[in-house]
Design a protein around this ligand. Structure first.
Ligand code: ADP
Ligand code: MG
Length: 317
């Protein structure tokens, strides 16, 4: 791909760091991992029409491609440092590259994250970002440490991004800006993840929907989980624009939330809530780890709700 397009990306994402020995421009980047740190590494690919709607602005695509990866580092409790960006684009117009790089850079700046390289090719619109972060040995938050009696908590609110997507998909729904913002510009819970190091027994980011992602914690930890449906944190934007039953469906299964779902020993839940409140996202206790396997959803009376073809509505209270 023409070098001047890569040059534009470089110019717009330039974040100097002492640990980047050689960044964009050579055959490979050279970086220095700080002494006494392990690397946490993740990669996620966004495909137009699958991971973001056709018509999403280049800046939103750039932001989201980085955000979903930083969310994976957040779920490990890692401190972000470097990223690689692989682009497949149908046409190489400068405005697209500039917009994408600007959206990426806006989020990267919050973490002093440096874009150190990538790849650019012609093809269907696809954006891959790989991120690298630091953790102290043994401190990474894994999925496997949940224990019976732990409480299940989640940062922020659930279901907003799914509601935003619904707004875009259905022309007769007013496109509520706050919900679409959650879809296009997810804010990864990086500082929350760092604050949970040494406290959370297990952690995952919610990308595929709370039920699916919490099920991964259960499988990895060899436990089950009971979720109290009425406790699921939902934003006022969501609650004021959709029926209660729909908000429940979005919160449980919508996905694209990029909140952290984690477990902590019961006696630490209050302190964790207070700590994360000071970080702005807050954390809500939504259930508990139990013996067995899989995730159960309970109503206010403690009865198990079953998913149906119509969602969870018949059973919600
Ligand atoms: P090579 O053929 O040696 O892989 P490229 O022409 O693909 O070189 O890339 C040249 C330089 O630009 C490399 O340092 C590469 O990491 C960087 N680069 C290419 N595409 C991107 C991109 N989309 N974002 C950031 N850096 C990129
Ligand atoms: Mg290359």
């Amino acid at each position: 791909m023409e070098f001047d397009l890569i040059g534009r990306i470089r110019q717009r994402t330039d974040t100097p760091r002492d640990d980047v020995i050689t960044g964009i421009g050579d055959d490979a980047a050279v970086v220095a991992v700080p002494a006494g740190r392990q690397l946490a590494v993740a990669i996620d690919t966004l495909v137009e029409g699958i991971h973001f709607p056709v018509g999403t602005s280049p800046a939103d695509i750039g932001w989201k491609a980085l955000a979903v990866n930083l969310s994976d580092l957040a779920a490990m409790g890692a401190t972000p440092a470097w990223a690689l960006l692989a682009l497949s684009v149908p046409a190489g117009d400068a405005a697209f590259f500039d917009g994408l790089a600007d959206g990426f850079a806006q989020l990267a700046a919050s973490y002093r994250l440096s874009l150190i390289g990538g790849d650019t090719t012609r093809g269907p619109l696809t954006v891959s970002v790989a991120v690298h972060g630091f953790v102290a040995p043994g401190e990474a938050l894994l999925r496997s440490g949940a224990r019976v009696g732990d409480v299940v908590m989640v940062t922020g609110t659930l279901g907003d991004a799914a509601a935003g997507l619904r707004c875009l998909d259905e022309p007769d729904i007013t496109p509520y800006a706050a919900l679409i913002e959650r879809l296009n510009r997810p804010v990864p819970r990086v500082s929350a993840g760092q604050a949970l190091r040494g406290i959370a027994t297990a952690c995952i980011d919610v990308s595929d929907g709370l039920l699916a992602d919490l099920a991964h914690i259960c499988t990895a930890s060899g436990v089950g989980a009971d979720i109290d449906a009425p406790m699921l944190p939902r934003s006022s934007a969501l609650l004021s624009h959709f029926d209660e039953a729909v908000t429940l469906e979005f919160a449980l299964s919508g996905g694209d939330d990029y909140e952290l779902c984690f477990t902590v020993p019961a006696d630490q839940a209050a302190e964790v809530s207070a700590d994360l409140a000071t970080l702005g996202c807050g954390a809500t206790r939504i259930g508990r780890i139990v013996e067995g396997q899989g995730v159960r959803v309970l109503n206010a009376d403690g009865q198990v709700l079953q998913p149906s073809r119509d969602g969870w509505d018949h059973f919600a209270s």
